[in-house]
Design a protein around this ligand. Sequence first.
Ligand code: BGC
Length: 736
Amino acid sequence: MLQSELIKLRDSMSLQEKIDQMLQLNGQFYEENNEDVLTGPAGSMGFTEQDIEMAGSILGAKGAERLIAIQKAYMEKQPHHIPMLFMLDVIHGLETVFPAPLGLGATFEPELAGKCASAAAKEAAVSGLHVTFSPMVDLVRDARWGRVMESTGEDPYLNGLFAAEQVKGFQGEDMSEPYKICACIKHFAAYGAPNAGRDYNTVELSEHTLRDFYLKSYKAGIDAGAGMVMTSFNTVNGVPASTNKWLMRDILRGEMGFDGVLISDYAAILETIPHGHSASPSDAAVKALEAGVDIDMMTSVYSANLLKLVEEGVVPEALIDEAVLRILELKNKLGLFENPYKDGDPEKEKEIILCEEHRALARETAAKSLVLLENDGILPLDTTKKVAFIGPYTSEKHIISSWAIAGNVPACVTIEEAAGEVLCAEKTSYHKGCTILGSGNQIISFTGIMKETTPEEEELRWMEEACEAAKEADIVVMPLGEHYAQSGEASSRAMIDVPEVQMRLFRRIKEVNENIVVLLFHGRPLDLRELKQEARAVLACWIPGTEGGHAIMDVLTGKVNPSGKLPMSFPYCVGQVPVFYNEYQTGRPFTDENLKFLSRYMDIPNKPLYPFGYGLSYTSFEISPVKVSSETMKADETLTVSAIIKNTGGCSGTEVVQLYIQDQTASVVRPVKELKGLQKVTLQPGEEKEVSFAVTESMLQFTRADGTVGSEPGIFSVWIGNSSETENKAEFDLKK
Ligand code: BGC
């Protein structure tokens, strides 16, 4: 439809009809027998029958047949036959589940995450969906926050690359094309910085930190063309994001140029009342509308108040017109006016969902996401040896996150299944050893309270049986880790460790067998001090997804040489959190163990246990001293920074070569290092390659105290290395 036709359509709609477009309800309301919903939550939440019949979009429903039926019924009733939008959280895949986003970050390969997004879009599109609430691009620094699992990590540059590639993967060049869906950048803004890592908590950030760290990845996603943005639950410097005019009007729409649909997070507009910012739902509606929020997710704040507010002249209808036009534009961009069902097709669902191609991509990506944290040479596994797999993740099918809401758990490949395909059955045994949480413990998941009901005696028996097996084995591989419901939304943890029962199992096994390889399942960085010390190898597997078992066995057996790198620092212990590599310089840097009055802890090191960008390989690499093409650089010049990387080990491998820069002196203190470039290089044994990066003035800019953005002349340090702790440094002088 032409823009002029959209405007004509909008202008022919009644005010009520327009307001309906601004409401999003969840799929529950559209079950065939929805009487319970209508008489239950709907009533108490203030939804009318009109709202339920006419809401412009729904979330949380899927399945081609169902969505086609809902669309058909809706359009028949909708006065202008405007189609409805179907949205769902397709976070790391629909039924084929790719690694959780933090694992995607660990691939340091944004294009690969783009391919995963494209495959996820294909599965979502054939099941009738139009929009995914993804990617989440929030920058994260606090491992206690459960949602770090949904982010690609702590670095603005890396997050920006991932944001852009994922948006392109979901949307393609044109989201009306087959198998493309609209992406939604979330959660705007700075949701990843809740105080003390507690979900939904206050966010207080200086403006330059907000701009130089937190806002970058949203901007990257918007520049890549994201059709939607979602607000966040938190306040930003005192004002809830969902009613924050400065954030939404001035920054998002004004500075970043976002002209797509802005949706609130789930009930976030209404929550500005308990925040103490809005006095009533009506007040919240005014504030959110003035801030430019187009769709209210799952409350009646807009639907119950906007009509009256316009009639009474409190808000101009023009604000509603503006929002409705954006919603119609999105429907048009998706091609829904021509084909309201888009790609929804029950036959295609059978063909595409969980197809071989998607599973192969999930396997490749999961293998590339694994980060080898420790290895004294025990890996790759000597497959002629007797191996005992001991731990609760040995045969665990649920290796997808709590956000993989449409993920197919039975289709997941366990470690036992994958090991059975490649290891000699006579020499391999599998033992649970204990439960994930420990007998009697419970956890609140999305679906309610889950209690570990295995009797304690049973668990003890498993442990003893596992010990017997460990005695017989040459090598013990221990798949351990967090429960999937220990990370994700509303899953903050103050103690970021492997559940105690599993550590008990580990210690028992260690008493009888020294040769332990730990495979870690986790949605966040964990306190790994003991495992680092006591295991012979530790492999971070994140939440690996459908093909997790295969991917892990590929790496254990050496079929794939690990190349993953940490996208988030792993703290020494929880007391160090938040710990991140790109911190600002202090006036008393920690340079001497024997001095007291420095910026340091008395009882733990300053450095994380494992830094950002770190990860081992089965081979070794040497990086030559970094070279700069000139000792000086003018603002309009490009400097080349290079080094030679050589594979000095015995097998082919891939290294992530990382470029870091620091402005040594500036009007605002600068981070000690900032990632500014990366290249993945694959080399055969003995092979070497020159890696070079172009440094331009725009890479040296930052936000000054007065809010202006620019670079400042002076000396810069530049490093090329294979982790954020590299000391391979040179300098150059930026001239005016
Ligand atoms: C989450 C969002 C999600 C939305 C819809 C909220 O609780 O914060 O990330 O997209 O629900 O499911």
